[in-house]
Every structure is written in C-alpha cells, then in structure tokens.
Design a protein around this ligand. Structure first.
Ligand SMILES: Cc1cc2nc3c(=O)[nH]c(=O)nc-3n(C[C@H](O)[C@H](O)[C@H](O)COP(=O)(O)OP(=O)(O)OC[C@H]3O[C@@H](n4cnc5c(N)ncnc54)[C@H](O)[C@@H]3O)c2cc1C
Length: 539
C-alpha cells in the first residue's frame, strides 16, 4: 500500500502515528511545505512567536506515540524550557505553554515515529519544504505534483491534511488579510493599529506588534506591566459585540459525562420536527441540573435557542470590556486555586462536541439559527484564552495602548494605499496598519488548491467536498476511499468546532483505521508493492 500524506501538521501527524502503530508495513510519503514537519500552522515559526500561547492546557493535548506532552516537557533540557520562560517547577498538567514548544514536541515525535516505522519495515519518505500543487487520478492510481515540477505517481491512498488556509490575498505594509502572511516578521510602525476580531488570533496579532515596541515586565507581586517608550502606539480590537474572550476556567479533565444530553437523547432529537429546539430543551435541562442558580438568574425556562445567546453574553455586552476582563480573571484565578469549576460553563463545554454531531441533520432554517445563536455561545465558551493572555491585554490597557471598538452590523471598511478606515455609525476610525484576525473561514470546493481534484469534485456537483464519517471522499467512485480529506476548512460546514488539536487526533485515528481496515491484500515487501486491490486492477 502506497500512501501519501499531503500536509503534516497535527492532523497529518496523528494520522501517520496511527498508521505506524497499525504495524502493517506500508510505503508512506509525507509532504509538508513548512521547514518543520509536524508542527503545523499555529505551532511553527511561521505561525507563532515565543510570546504566543496555546489555548489548550498540556493535559488536553492528545498523547502521541505513547509520550504525553507533559512527559516530553519534563524530559526537555532546562535551558530550552527557560528559553520559553518556563522553569521545571512550573510544569504541571494545567500549564498553557507557548505554541512553539508544542511544535517542538510534534516535530520531535515525528522524527521518533519515522525511525520506529523504518525499524518495523515501513518505507517512509519525509519531504519538508515541499509544496504540493496538484493531486490527480490516473488509471486507478493517484499522482502528486510538486511546486518544483516533480511528479510522484502510483499512490493507492492520498490523505489531504493541508489544514489552515487563509487564502491568497497578499499583505502590504499597511494591510494584513490575516496575521499569518508576513506580520510576524514585518517591521510594524508604532502607529494606529486596527485589528478586526478579539479572539485568540487577534491577541496573537496584537502581541506580534507590541513585542516590537516594548516588553511585558512582571513585578514582585506577580503584577504585569507593559513598558514602552513609544507614545504613538495605539491598538484597537474591533468586533460587532465588542467583548473580549474570557480566561480559561478550571474544570475537571477528562470531562465528566453529561447526564441529560446523552448520545441516545440527542439522536432522538433528529426525528423531531424542530431539531434545534429539541436540542435546546436538552441543553437547558443539562444546565439547570448542573447549576440551578444560574438557570434561575437568566430565567432559562423563558429562553430558547435564539434568545439564550443574549442572556449568555449580557453581562459582557455594553459595558467596559476591560473591567469585565479584570473581574473574570480574578474569579478564574480564585477558582483555579480552589480547584472549583463554574458548573454552567462546564456543562456548555461538555455539550459542544455532542451538539456538533447533529449539525449535519439540521434543516437550513435551523442551521442559520444555530450559526447566529448557539454556535457563538459554544465557540466563545471553548475558545477561552489562557489567563496570561488576559493579563497581557490588561497590561496593554493600563499602558493606554489597547482599546476595544464595538462595530455596527453594517460597518464599512475603506482601504487606501496607506490607511484603512472603518466607518461605523457616526464614527470613523483610521488605521495606519490594519490586520484582519477573524480566523479560519469555512472553504468550498471552488477554493480547493489542487486543480485536478477540484475539477473532478466540481464536475461531480460537490459545492462542498463530501466525505464519509472516516473523512474519505464519497464520490466519484474513482476516488472513493482513495482520497481522504482531512483539511479542516472544508470540514467546518458540517463540523463547526473541528478546529483544535483534539479534533486533529480524532480525525487522524479515523482516517488511519479506515485505511488499515481496507487494505484488501495490498502488501509491501522490501519497500515494493506486491499485490493490488481487485477494484484497482479492474480500473
Ligand atoms: C493561530 C492559531 C492558534 C491555534 N491555537 C490552538 C490551540 O492553542 N489549541 C488547539 O487545540 N487548537 C489551536 N488552533 C487550531 C488548529 O486548527 C489546530 O490546532 C491544528 O493546527 C490543526 O492541524 P492541521 O494539521 O489540521 O492543520 P495545520 O496546523 O494548518 O497543518 C497543515 C500543514 O499542512 C501543510 N501544508 C498546507 N498546504 C500544503 C501544500 N500544498 N503542500 C504541502 N504542505 C502543505 C502546512 O505546512 C502545515 O504544516 C489554532 C489555530 C490557529 C490558526
């Protein structure tokens, strides 16, 4: 069996690990355009600087190749950890580390896995700094075209794990269509900086800029300040709701099972006329059971899937975003010290992945209600950021550098060569540098960067590539179970919460298990394939 993995971020890596652990020698060719395969977009030098933190605690990172992230950290030379501002005694399972360190862990595991695979009789070809520009099908086999003009042929399976794709828009010194197109290495002036978005990516963009003009300093009492000599540095976060993310709250891990929203009760919702309303009924009951005081406070019995989001965000809307952040941070730190969770938040956290499984069953009307409402609640709740990130935002606020602007629904964005203006209601905000940090958008077949594959899917009338529950393309039959699409922007339509390392591991396991369970007599001996599948021969 000859397999290609195109893109080796966390998803490709967990897939590779599962294939190696299947102990069925195969011929695996890995391609990654980065210089550090395994690290993926957010954990590589292209996607992170030392200051940028992961929003996943070390205990939550799925174990790779039998080595947990925390154990790997413990085995790191102290010098490397202290380079990242971490001391051995800081290491604990709730630690949020710089993303670059996670990238080091993944890259390290990749090299170990490669060695282990080769010892077990696998053939592994690792091609870093190699961009794939096309994937095509020819007489039942798959071929891969590299940007250097080279072509590799004869693959039985191709796993597309190309991950984040922020589009082809070019950055200029005054406009960045996303934070990952040169911002990290650019010289950004100490001027008026506008950042569209307020979440993790916006915080990254902000850190990329402020790190160039000053530094965060921790005082004797642990208080954080930002020091700079620049008077003209002003950063504005902008969003329609004008709120900041919350700090990550303490909760039991692994998650305790939900009581009312079970697989069985959720499946029963699919036969109800109003799927979303039936789900909300379970959602409300689960919250009420977990935290009756919260349910009473927001009058949960009077709310529905459309009105709950307003109640959820009410405390944070309209007021001073930084005052709320300060209060929230104090609460989170108290709860962490006492190992106490916020029950209603924890209930919502545990429900988001369960509800996601039903999204494909939503009729269009429920889907748009979900996107306007509960999806925002779930995303806000699970995308809480490390407390350190909130402390940094507060330090920037104290230094009179950061503010948050609430935009009208119909705000206007006007670009000139040197500035970007945002007009919202009566207000006009002019920025010398503008960074769009709204994160990954769901993509469609027309966005696919492999033209031959795109053409096949377009001709097959797939506006959005259709995959089965193992991420294999469903049709056309020439590609079915041969091409696996594990690239998250194309999966986000049906799986809105697919972004995250935990999903990467789940996807990787499913793809690899499917490939292994469909081997059908294809074998590798001395690195050469000796038997083909019947349907491939027939083709
Ligand atoms: C800024 C940011 C921060 C994040 N932080 C967290 C976090 O803290 N915790 C969390 O759980 N999730 C986080 N995420 C979510 C993130 O989606 C996943 O953690 C993870 O990166 C998904 O892995 P992936 O392999 O699917 O995609 P990616 O990480 O995007 O990896 C895809 C790989 O494919 C390669 N590639 C792409 N195109 C080609 C091509 N044509 N040829 C060859 N190689 C190619 C790329 O070089 C890359 O290495 C973050 C996302 C972003 C954008």
């Amino acid at each position: 069996m000859k397999i290609a993995i195109v893109g080796l971020g966390p998803t490709g890596l967990y897939t590779f690990s599962e294939l190696v652990h299947a102990d069925t020698p195969m011929d695996i060719t890995i391609y990654d355009e980065g210089e550090w395969a395994g690290a993926g977009t957010p954990y590589s030098r292209q996607g992170a600087s030392r200051l940028m933190l992961a929003n996943i605690a070390s205990i939550e990172i799925p174990v790779l190749n039998g080595v947990s992230y925390l154990d790997w950290l413990k085995s790191c030379p102290p010098r490397i950890l202290s380079d990242f501002g971490i001391e051995q005694e800081d290491l604990n399972e709730r630690l949020f580390t710089p993303r670059l360190l996670i990238g080091c862990y993944y890259h390290d595991q990749l090299l170990t896995l490669q060695q282990q695979a080769e010892q077990r009789g696998y053939v592994v070809r690792l091609n870093e700094k190699t961009t794939i520009v096309d994937i095509a099908e020819k007489a039942g086999r798959l071929r891969i075209e590299r940007s250097d003009g080279g072509v590799d042929e004869g693959f039985d399976r191709v796993i597309v794990a190309t991950g984040h794709d922020f589009g082809e828009d070019k950055a200029s010194s005054s406009y960045y269509p996303n934070p990952w197109c040169g911002l990290l290495s650019a010289d950004v002036p100490a001027a008026r900086i506008g950042i569209m978005g307020t979440s993790l990516s916006a915080i990254d963009a902000c850190l990329a800029v402020v790190a160039q003009h000053g530094e965060f300093v921790e005082g004797d009492q642990g208080e954080l300040t930002y020091r700079t000599d620049e008077q003209d540095l002003k950063v504005s976060f902008m969003s329609r709701n004008g709120i900041l993310p919350e700090a990550d709250f303490y909760c039991p891990i692994p998650y305790v099972s939900t009581t009312i929203m079970t697989e069985c009760s959720l499946m029963a919702c699919t036969s109800k006329p109003n799927v979303l309303d039936a789900i909300f009924d379970l959602f409300a009951k689960e919250i009420t059971l977990a935290d009756p005081a919260y349910a009473a406070r927001v009058n949960l019995t009077d709310l529905d899937a459309d009105s709950f989001p307003e109640a959820y965000f009410a405390e944070r809307m309209g007021g001073d975003a930084f005052a709320y952040a300060r209060k929230n941070l104090a609460e989170v730190e108290r709860n962490k010290a006492a190992k106490r969770t916020i029950e209603w938040r924890y209930a919502i956290l545990r429900m988001h992945e369960q509800v996601e499984k039903l999204v494909p069953f939503f009729p269009d009307s429920d889907l748009s209600r979900f996107e306007r409402g509960l999806k925002r609640v779930f995303s806000d709740n699970y995308a809480a950021v490390p407390a350190t990130s909130i402390r940094r935002l507060l330090a920037l606020r104290e230094a009179n550098i950061l503010d948050v602007v609430t935009l009208d629904d119909d705000y206007e964005l006007i670009r000139s060569q040197t500035t970007t203006t945002i007009r919202s209601g009566e207000d006009s905000h002019v920025f010398n540098v503008f960074i769009d940090a709204r994160g990954q958008k769901a993509l469609r077949t027309e966005d696919f960067k492999f033209p031959s594959l795109r053409k096949i899917l377009v001709e097959d009338d797939q506006d959005i590539p259709e995959v089965d529950d193992r991420f294999a393309l469903i049709s056309p039959s020439s590609l079915r179970k041969r091409v696996y699409l594990a690239a998250l922007p194309y999966l986000m339509h049906d799986r809105p919460f697919v972004q995250g390392i935990v999903s990467s591991a789940e996807i990787g396991a499913k793809v690899a298990q499917d490939i292994v369970s469909n081997l059908d007599g294809v074998q590798i001996e001395d690195g050469r394939e000796v038997a083909l599948q019947e349907d491939v021969i027939a083709a």
